[in-house]
Design a protein around this ligand. Structure first.
Ligand code: NZQ
Ligand code: ZN
Length: 400
């Protein structure tokens, strides 16, 4: 088990009646606020009006950056940076999905940097230890951005989607109201739930050896919550228990608690970020397509016991099977959850993606080296996983 430091400063207000606490959290940092949001869902659900009223009643001045796109662009981030400089913004209020929260994080970092350009900061690759304060109100249960220190920003000119991270990017407060996601379309609910699941499976103790039971048990509980409640939220969008379980699972998946003692590596994420960089697809959908192929690719005598355990604990795969057979059933169960239960497409071809960029995407995913994880993945491995993802999902062959 690895030594670790646990640090998470985000204060979470959870539940439907917490929004009146927003002004006091904002006013800790000042009264000039840049409200960052997407294409209008926050207006349709009435959240925008509530925020505007609270601001007015508490002498908070709101400036706005709207139209943040899914897979947010650095150019949009830089527009927010300009507003911060011009209006001397004190605090960022991000309301929406991970894209809006990530955009606000990019703005927060670049506003404090001489360059005033988030892309330059990302390319520098340094941890962000200075940023404007951020408050987040998530409306999706997915990325965990509301309680984590990361943001993912895209550059369509260079077909890159890159990470910005550092302790200054933890939101100072997050207001998690599960009712905010009642209006989320079933496709986004499904994709967000796969994202939650993948955040955990990417750091699950897949290679046998030293494990940390308390963390492994928590990891399994979070994956079980995603697997159980996602189809319920898809069928019953206004089911509070389902939305609440998914909301908290999303935050727990990336707030650091589940990293304790693990060698936290993300295998599917760097591969997926190339898909959304090149083809602007929904992040969770890309993960759904890659994940069963990745598990199949890394399946061997070292990984089979833990993959089988995942199947037993999270999907109810029967005990007592031959280990390799149990692991294959576990992978099929993951695929079945994504493609049958949640109804997501199972191949890249179905999204109109072919192999023409796979060589460069695989190199970029490996960042000039390899992707670490239960098995090291070099560009040739990543390319094979992309190629496996072109075809519709087939049950893992018994003798493969
Ligand atoms: O733009 P609006 O109108 O708000 O519509 C959004 C958007 O079209 C809509 N939506 C959000 N909440 C809604 C809603 N529609 C109806 N009702 C609601 N309550 O959903 C669409 C997708 O929104 P987006 O913010 O893109 O979704 P998500 O939360 O899945 O965020 C995805 C982004 O986060 C990044 C992803 O790569 C992607 O760019 N990630 C961020 C991470 C982080 N910061 O830690 C980690 C993740 O692994 C991930 O990479
Ligand atoms: Zn993710």
């Amino acid at each position: 088990m690895k030594d670790f430091v646990f640090y998470n400063p985000t204060k979470v207000y959870f539940g439907p009646d917490q929004l009146p606490n927003l002004p006091k959290e904002i006013l800790k940092y000042g009264s000039k606020v840049l409200l960052v949001y997407g294409g209008g869902s926050i207006k349709r659900i009435g959240l925008y009006d509530k925020i505007v009223k609270l601001a007015k009643d508490n002498n908070i001045t709101l400036f706005e950056l709207s139209g943040v796109e899914p897979n947010p662009m650095y150019t949009t981030v830089n527009k927010g940076v300009d507003i911060c400089a011009k209006e001397k913004i004190d605090v960022l209020l991000a309301v929406g999905g991970g894209s809006s929260i990530d955009c606000a994080k990019g703005i927060a970092a670049a506003a404090k940097d001489e360059s005033k350009d988030v892309w330059q900061i990302i390319k520098r690759g340094k941890e962000i230890d200075e940023a404007l304060p951020i408050i987040a109100i998530p409306t999706t249960a997915a990325t965990g951005s509301e309680t984590d220190p990361m943001a993912v920003i895209s550059n369509r000119d260079t077909e890159e989607k890159l990470l910005l991270s550092g302790p200054a990017l933890y939101p100072r407060a997050a207001f998690e109201n599960p009712e905010n996601s009642y209006s989320l379309p079933s496709f986004q609910t499904a994709c967000g739930s796969v994202d939650i699941f993948n955040h955990v499976v990417d750091k699950y103790y897949i290679v046998s050896g030293s494990t940390f039971d308390v963390v492994r048990g928590l990891q399994e509980a979070v994956m079980m919550a995603a697997v159980k409640w996602a189809p319920i939220a898809v069928k019953e969008p206004r089911n509070y228990e389902a939305r609440a379980n998914l909301q908290w699972a999303a935050s727990l998946a990336l707030d650091g608690i589940l990293d304790g003692g693990t060698y936290h590596q993300t295998s599917c994420h760097p591969m997926e970020h190339q898909l959304s960089a090149y083809y602007d697809i929904t992040h969770g959908l890309g993960l759904a397509i890659l994940m069963p192929r990745w598990l199949t690719y890394i399946l061997d005598d070292h990984t089979a016991p833990q993959i089988y355990r995942l199947g037993e604990k999270v999907f109810g795969v029967p005990s007592g099977l031959d280990t390799m057979q149990g692991a294959k059933e576990a992978i099929d169960a993951v695929a079945n959850w994504c493609y049958v239960t949640l109804g997501l497409k199972s191949s890249l071809s179905a999204l109109g993606i072919d192999g023409k960029h796979f060589d460069e995407m695989a190199k970029k995913a490996c960042g000039g080296g390899y992707i670490d994880g239960p098995r090291k993945l070099y560009p040739e491995d990543v390319k094979k996983i992309y190629e496996m993802s072109l075809q519709e999902w087939q049950k893992v062959p018994v003798n493969s």
